[in-house]
Ligand binder design. Sequence first.
Ligand code: CA
Length: 221
Amino acid sequence: MRVLLVEDDDLILSGIQTGLQARGLIVDGVSTAARATAMLSAVHYQLVILDLGLPDEDGMYLLQRWRADGINLPVLVLTARDAVEDRVAGLRAGADDYLLKPFDLDELLARLHALLRRAAGRSVDVIEQGALRLDPERGEVTLHGCPVVLSRRELALLAVLLHARGRILSVDQIKDSLYGFSEEIESNALNVHIHHLRRKLCADLIETVRGVGYRFNMANT
Ligand code: CA
């Protein structure tokens, strides 16, 4: 899951970023409304975490503008304002959920997964494909009921491929969903992760489409 985090408090930003990344999410952090809008038009995110008190624009107005522009991805609002009017106004502006500061990281994570499930119209976000089962919230994968231990990146890569349901994904599309903006990517990193996934699961599960990208082979599970 790739998340855009908009928060102008450096400490809170790095705290959330570190915590969520340790739990397998890809998090890009920005501190202004202008930067957030620029990132949204450049990168495909699954979710936004938005602080309301930003230096260049009130988060509530920013959100209203996004919604008016047709940006409809789930937005979780972070705010220190606990007045009821603010919450109602935030929801009217198009927020999908609310979390008051200070909050627990596990609660944030649970809310993010709940938002994603809602956005996908499913009650659980476990993906099952043949004998393969992936539980993104717990970070668990089983094949024929046996646990498969995957690294954080391998897990994210498998989730991206499974979500595409057999569609071909280009190398750039996959990299976009695996790496944050500021992360250094070794040129052959993706090949290495694909290689490991094939070894741990089954060589035929991930198909290389020459010159185009990769796809999950739905017929082979
Ligand atoms: Ca703030």
